[in-house]
Design a protein around this ligand. Structure first.
Ligand SMILES: O=c1ccn([C@@H]2O[C@H](COP(=O)(O)O)[C@@H](O)[C@H]2O)c(=O)[nH]1
Length: 308
């Protein structure tokens, strides 16, 4: 899957992943009305509206970007109905040829990680048949529990030819509280990055490992350092746009060929129609605004996606 992701990035000239982080407040009135009419003004109706909203965005952007990243928390707000919308979104995105990165940030003791890995990346056997749960192509994983919490995910990745993005340096303002702490004079994110590179050796693709890292766009100096420390690790970069990350700061997240990283934008794309820049787009044309926002992001990233 990492080879396919890289091929798609090259073909589309777009190292971009669209984050599908739907909030009810982003969903246009006509879709809310449709969801509530069909399923009731309740969790089911809200989840239906979220699904319709996502479908509109996927239809508008699937030919421009290689991947989408649904954030499971946004769906879990609506309980089981939300998870059904999460599953429908994944299935539809894959049907449209998109690679799906499930932002689920799982990680636990070994046996529990194995179950998470089965549910999100693998298959479960019931009777004499295999069934897939969520079936994302990649998921995000939290390394805080150490190797025995990560290896079960890597084992399933090897069986399924799927991948991970492991949190190394997150984009949020307080990420430094723990991640920047020095241990034997080295910041924790560096030790985690080094370990992610070692885990990556366990499952290499053609040029990059199936085991990638998450490094936020909001700490460009750290991004530069980690790129050097993890030369074969593909980097998922959240924090561009809504969190303040800028294209010109992202140059060193890429390798000398302009590869090795994919930049996420969620609110900046899916709620583009609410931004003053896209005010010409009315609510009904929210998906057209998202398409334009992707085109603008692609242009903007040319500032970063240059040969180093
Ligand atoms: O370090 C991290 C890890 C994950 N995220 C997730 O990415 C998106 C960002 O959304 P925007 O609207 O583009 O800010 C969201 O799903 C986060 O949970 C992150 O931001 N930083």
């Amino acid at each position: 899957m990492i080879n396919k992701l890289i091929q798609r990035i090259i073909k589309l000239e777009a190292p971009i992943v669209v984050g599908l982080d739907p909030m009810l407040s982003y969903v246009p009135q006509h879709l809310l009305a449709q969801g509530y009419k069909e399923k009731g003004e309740n969790l089911e109706g809200a989840a239906e509206a979220i699904w319709l909203y996502n479908k509109g965005i996927i239809d508008a952007i699937y030919d421009l970007v290689p991947a989408v990243k649904p954030q499971i928390a946004m769906y879990e707000q609506f309980g089981i109905e939300g998870l059904k919308a999460y599953t429908k979104t994944i299935d539809y995105a894959k049907q449209k040829g998109l690679i799906v990165i499930g932002d689920v940030k799982r990680g636990d003791i070994g046996s529990t990680s194995a179950a998470y890995a089965t549910g999100h990346l693998g298959k479960v056997t019931i009777g004499d048949k295999d069934y897939r749960g969520f079936d994302e192509d990649f998921i995000t994983v939290n390394p805080y529990l150490g190797s025995d919490g990560i290896i079960p995910f890597i084992d399933v990745c090897k069986q399924e030819k799927k991948g991970l993005f492991i949190l190394v340096k997150t984009s949020n303002p307080s990420s430094g509280e723990f991640q920047d702490q020095l241990i034997k004079e080295r910041p924790l994110y560096e030790l985690v990055g080094e370990q992610v590179a070692k885990w990556g050796d366990l499952f290499m693709g053609d040029s990059y490992s199936y085991i990638g890292a998450v490094v936020g766009a909001t700490y460009p100096e750290i991004g530069k350092e980690l790129r050097k420390l993890m030369p074969k690790t593909f980097i998922l970069v959240p924090g561009y746009g809504a969190q303040g990350g800028k294209a010109e700061d992202l140059k060193y997240y890429f390798d000398k060929d302009g590869l090795g990283a994919i930049i996420n934008s969620s609110r900046g794309i899916i709620a583009a129609y609410k931004q003053p820049k896209y005010e010409a787009y009315k609510e009904e044309a929210y998906a057209d605004a998202s398409r334009q926002a992707v085109l603008d992001m692609k242009e903007d990233l040319k500032k970063a996606w240059v040969k180093n």
